[in-house]
Ligand binder design. Structure first.
Ligand SMILES: NC(=O)c1ccc[n+]([C@@H]2O[C@H](COP(=O)([O-])OP(=O)(O)OC[C@H]3O[C@@H](n4cnc5c(N)ncnc54)[C@H](O)[C@@H]3O)[C@@H](O)[C@H]2O)c1
Ligand SMILES: O=C(O)C[C@H](O)C(=O)O
Ligand SMILES: [Mg+2]
Length: 621
C-alpha cells in the first residue's frame, strides 16, 4: 500500500477513533442544555490570545477541531477545576521555594517575567534579551530552562508552538495548517525523551524548543514570526508524570519501534509539505532515536541533530583551542590523549567528529583514520568500553579498545573512570555523561598526573547540577594552569594572588544558530558534513592567539551575534563550494557564487532580523 493511501486510511481511522474519545470526554464541558453557545468571529491563535474566549487546556477536542485549535495546545484536556488546581499548586510552590526551596527562585521568577513579556510584545522581549544576553541567556536557556521544563505543568500559561501527539496520527497533514504563519524558517523539535541531563520530561520538553529558538532569534536574527517550537508527544516513560493528574501530555508509555517512526515520519512529511524550505533541528531525543532519525532524514530533508552534530562541532573547536592554549599548533591535535565520559548521542557525536578531524590532519587515509582511533578512551555507565564488552552499542563499537592493548596499559573491560585517568594520564578529560559530580576529587586528583603541559577539563553536561564538576572544584584541585569549559555557565574563579581561573562555556549555542542561518541563506537542500566542519573550524579560529593563551577558548556570550554571523558565512561558503547552494529570495545561486568574503558577511548581516518596531497601518481586505 502506498504511503499516501496508508496515511489516508490511518487518517480516517484516527478520525473515527477520535470522535469516540471526543464525545465521551466532551460531555462535561459542552454547553449545558438551555445555554446558548457564544458566537465567536475568530479561530485558532486569535481565540487563545483573547482573554474573553480563551479556555486554555479546557478546550474540548471537538471545540479544538471546530475552532482550528488542534495541535496548538497540549493534548491532555483539563476541566476548569483541574486548571485552577494546577495554577494554585504553582503559585504555592513559588512561596515554598522563596522560603527554602531546592531551586533558584530568583531565576524562575525572572523567567516568568520575561515569559510574560514574550507573550505581550516580542519585539521588546528580544530587545531586552539581546541587550542583556549575558544575564538572560542563563534564564531563557541552560540552566534555568531545565528548571522550567521540570516545572512546566505548573508554569504553562499561554501555549507557544505546536504539539503533535500520538493521538493526532493521520491528522498532522491538515493540522499543520492551524499554525497561523504563512512562512516558517526554523523548527526546533523534541520528543522530550532526554531533556538536557534531566531525562524523560515528556511534554514539558517543549521548553527546550522554545529556549533554542530564543537563541535563533537573539543570536542569528531569525525573524521571530518565522520560528516554530514543536513537541512530539508519543507518551512518556517517566512514572512520576504518568501518575501526575496535572500532567499536560499523553499519559501512556512511549511508542516504540515502527509506531514511533511512523509518528515522526508523518510529522516530517506534514511540515515539509506546508513549508518545503523549513529547517528542522532535532533536539534532546534519547540517543537510540537521535542517530536513527538523523540517518533516516539527513539525505532527504533540511535537518540536523543539534546534540549529535552541533555538540561535536563545539567540542572540536574547544579541543583545538586547548591545543593552541598549550602554545602548540592545531596540527598537533592528533597527539592528544582524550578520555571521554559518556557514550550517548553527544559523546559519540564528539568522538566521531574528533576522530575524523585527527584523520584529516594525519593525511586523510585509512591508516590515518585507524591510528586516530587509538587517541580515545571511552568510559560509560559500565566503565571503560573495550572489545570485551557484551552487547556493545554499535555506535560505540568503533571506539572500543582492544583487550590486549588495555592489558598492557593495566586496564580491563569496565575499568572505572579514575583508573582510566590514572593509567592514561590524558591531555583532555571530557564529560558528556549527564552525571553531576562524576569528576570527583579523586578523578581530578588523578588528572594531576596528566602528561600535558596544560590539561583540559570539559564538564559539558547540562544543566549546572549535572555538570561533571564545577569550575571551583577543577581550579582548586588542579590550579590555574588548566583549560576549563562547561556546558552551563560558571563564574570565573578567583584563585588569589591575582590569579583567575577562566571559565569557558562549551555549549552548542555557539554553533547551531550559525548553522541554521547559513543553511537558510545558502538555500542548501541538505546539511552536509562539510558544512558542519566549516562551522566548527570557523569557531575554532575565532579566538585570538592572545586570548587562547589566557585559557579563553570560546567567545563570551556577549559576542554571540558576531560569531553566529561568521559561522553562517562559513556554512554558505561551503555550500557554494559543494555546489549545494540554491540561493535565498532574490539572491540566486549564481549571485551567491560571485560574493567575496566581505560581501558574504554583508549579505548575512542584511538578512538578520533586529528587534525594531515597524510602522503599522490598517488595511481592510
Ligand atoms: N554542552 C553541550 O553543548 C551539550 C550538548 C549536548 C548534550 N550535552 C549534555 O550531555 C549530556 C549527555 O547527553 P546524551 O544525549 O549523550 O545523553 P545519553 O543519556 O544518551 O548518554 C549519557 C551517557 O553517559 C553514560 N554514563 C552514565 N553514567 C555514567 C558514569 N557514571 N560514568 C561514565 N559515563 C556514564 C551513559 O552510559 C551514556 O553513554 C546531557 O547532560 C546533555 O545536557 C551537552
Ligand atoms: O541545551 C543545551 O544547553 C545544550 C545541549 O543541547 C544539551 O542538550 O545539553
Ligand atoms: Mg540538546
Amino acid at each position: 500500500m502506498g504511503i499516501g493511501n496508508k496515511l489516508r486510511l490511518t487518517s480516517a481511522l484516527s478520525r473515527m477513533l477520535h470522535r469516540r474519545i471526543l464525545y465521551s470526554s466532551a460531555r462535561s464541558f459542552t454547553t449545558t442544555e438551555g445555554h446558548r453557545p457564544t458566537i465567536v468571529h475568530k479561530r485558532s491563535l486569535d481565540i487563545l490570545h483573547d482573554p474573553w474566549f480563551n479556555k486554555g487546556t479546557a478546550f474540548t477536542m471537538t471545540e479544538r477541531d471546530r475552532l482550528d485549535l488542534r495541535g496548538l495546545l497540549p493534548p491532555n484536556v483539563m476541566d476548569s477545576e483541574q486548571q485552577i488546581q494546577r495554577f494554585m499548586t504553582d503559585l504555592k510552590r513559588l512561596e515554598e521555594q522563596a522560603r527554602d526551596g531546592p531551586s533558584d527562585p530568583n531565576a524562575l521568577a525572572k523567567w516568568r517575567i520575561l515569559n510574560r513579556l514574550h507573550d505581550r510584545n516580542e519585539t521588546m522581549y528580544y530587545k531586552v534579551l539581546i541587550a542583556n544576553i549575558e544575564e538572560y541567556a542563563p534564564i531563557v536557556y541552560t540552566p534555568t530552562v531545565g528548571l522550567v521544563c521540570q516545572n512546566y505543568s505548573g508554569l504553562f500559561r499561554r501555549p507557544r508552538g505546536m504539539y503533535f501527539s500520538a493521538e493526532d496520527r493521520g491528522e498532522m497533514m491538515s493540522m499543520v495548517y492551524n499554525w497561523p504563519a504563512e512562512q516558517v524558517d526554523m523548527i526546533v523539535v523534541t520528543d522530550g525523551s532526554r531533556i538536557l541531563g534531566l531525562g524523560d520530561l515528556g511534554i514539558h520538553g517543549i521548553g527546550i524548543s522554545v529556549g533554542k529558538l530564543d537563541l535563533y532569534v537573539a543570536a542569528a536574527g531569525i525573524n521571530p514570526q518565522r520560528v516554530l517550537p514543536v513537541m512530539i508527544d508519543v507518551g512518556t516513560n517517566n512514572e512520576k508524570l504518568l501518575n501526575n493528574p496535572m500532567y499536560l501530555g499523553l499519559q501512556q508509555h512511549r511508542l516504540e519501534n515502527d509506531e514511533y517512526i511512523e509518528v515522526i515520519d508523518e510529522f516530517m512529511e506534514a511540515v515539509f509539505t506546508r513549508w518545503p524550505h523549513v529547517i528542522v533541528q532535532f533536539e534532546d531525543f534519547q540517543s537510540k532515536w537521535a542517530f536513527k532519525l538523523l540517518q533516516r532524514y539527513r539525505n532527504s530533508y533540511r535537518m540536523f541533530n543539534d546534540d549529535v552534530q552541533g555538540t561535536a562541532g563545539v567540542a572540536i573547536a574547544g579541543l583545538l583551542g586547548a591545543v593552541r592554549a598549550q602554545g602548540r599548533p592545531m596540527i598537533d591535535f592528533p597527539k592528544m590523549k582524550i578520555v571521554v565520559a559518556g557514550a550517548g548521542s553527544a559523546g559519540i557525536g564528539v568522538l566521531n567528529a574528533a576522530r575524523k578531524t585527527m584523520a584529516r590532519m594525519l593525511g586523510n587515509n585509512e591508516t590515518a583514520f585507524d591510528s586516530a582511533q587509538s587517541q580515545f578512551w571511552v568510559v560509560d555507565a559500565k566503565g571503560l568500553i573495550t572489545e570485551g564488552r557484551e552487547d556493545i552499542d554499535p555506535e560505540a563499537l568503533p571506539f572500543a579498545r582492544k583487550l590486549k592493548e588495555m592489558e598492557r596499559q593495566g586496564l580491563k573491560e569496565g575499568a572505572s573512570l579514575v583508573e582510566v585517568v590514572r593509567e592514561v594520564k590524558p591531555d583532555v578529560l571530557l564529560g558528556l555523561s549527564a552525571v553531576g559530580g562524576l569528576f570527583s576529587k579523586e578523578v581530578l586528583e588523578a588528572m594531576k598526573g596528566s602528561t600535558s603541559t596544560r590539561p583540559a577539563i570539559f564538564a559539558m553536561s547540562n544543566p549546572t547540577k549535572n555538570a561533571e564538576c564545577t569550575a571551583q572544584e577543577a581550579f582548586s584541585i588542579l590550579g590555574d594552569n588548566i583549560i576549563f569549559a562547561s556546558g552551563s555557565p560558571f563564574k570565573n574563579v578567583d584563585l588569589g594572588n591575582g590569579h583567575v581561573g577562566h571559565c569557558n562555556q562549551g555549549n552548542n549555542m555557539y554553533l547551531f544558530p550559525g548553522i541554521g542561518l547559513g543553511i537558510l541563506l545558502s538555500g542548501t537542500p541538505i546539511v552536509s558534513d562539510g558544512m558542519l566542519q566549516a562551522a566548527a573550524e570557523c569557531l575554532a579560529a575565532y579566538m585570538s592567539e592572545e586570548e587562547v593563551l589566557k585559557g579563553i577558548i570560546y567567545p563570551p556570550i556577549s559576542r554571540i551575534r558576531n560569531i553566529t554571523k561568521r559561522i553562517a558565512a562559513a556554512v554558505i561558503k561551503e555550500a557554494v563550494e559543494e555546489d549545494l547552494a540554491c540561493g535565498y529570495r532574490e539572491m540566486d545561486a549564481r549571485e551567491l557564487h560571485k560574493l567575496n568574503e566581505e560581501e558574504l558577511m554583508q549579505y548575512v548581516e542584511n538578512n538578520m532580523w533586529s528587534p525594531e518596531y515597524p510602522t503599522l497601518v490598517y488595511k481592510d481586505d
